[in-house]
Design a protein around this ligand. Sequence first.
Ligand SMILES: Nc1ncnc2c1ncn2[C@@H]1O[C@H](COP(=O)(O)OP(=O)(O)OP(=O)(O)O)[C@@H](O)[C@H]1O
Length: 264
Amino acid sequence: MTENDKASSWPTVADRRLPAAIEVDRLVKVYKQTRAVDGISFSLSRGSITGLLGGNGAGKTTTIAMIMGLVLPTSGKVTVLGHRMPEESADVLGRMNFESPYVDMPMRLTVRQNLTIFGKLYAVSDLKARIARLAEDLDLNEFLDRANGKLSAGQKTRVALAKALINEPELLLLDEPTASLDPDTADWVRAHLETYRRDNGATILLASHNMLEVERLCDRVIIMKRGRIEDDDTPDAIMARYNRSTLEEVFLDVARGRVQETLR
Ligand SMILES: Nc1ncnc2c1ncn2[C@@H]1O[C@H](COP(=O)(O)OP(=O)(O)OP(=O)(O)O)[C@@H](O)[C@H]1O
């Protein structure tokens, strides 16, 4: 994707008048001894795609869980599509969705049964047609009536993506959407996410350890370290600031505490 393509798919002026897709204000989560999230703030505009980066234990998953209203913040505020989380989650959960390769769907149910259950949970109208469309788009027809437990990792990821898109969410939260996929399937999933975002004006927040993925997909990168935000900007601006040509190098600088002279 070129910079021009990215710019043309950014939110319109009208979109900007809507409440931010996600507003996180001085958010803290303490688990007994661990400050998993330590006072972070950011706001994501509609139609943007943002990468949440950080080493193991940086606080990415905890942040996403608080945005979804699944984990109660110790302090601070989360607002999603204009609604306070978790207090007003019932008003907004139907407009968002989530995917993680680490959350399995029921193994004995077939792909079609799983998608039907999730579709009913989200009260999707004309569910049969929606599943048929997703099966076509995500190439699921070959195994639509196979038990989820009998699928390969790549097939399961495509099904998980179908589940995440079943309600045509305005906001998509992804926790390592291409983990354990072969490069071809991973590329295919990324292309699908780009298309979905472009066609639906959806907002995407994705946690990823794959720096090339983030460079390719994201307009903006938030780097976390030990529960705090270490940097927050476009991929190009961050690479320029660290005087690096890849996000991978920036990631290593941040992880190993190598701060560029220009940043001191
Ligand atoms: N339920 C929990 N109880 C206690 N500590 C937790 C819990 N969940 C996460 N933590 C701790 O909070 C910190 C942040 O964890 P989190 O899973 O949010 O990090 P992450 O950035 O998603 O890491 P990874 O890249 O490894 O998935 C870690 O130190 C972790 O051990």
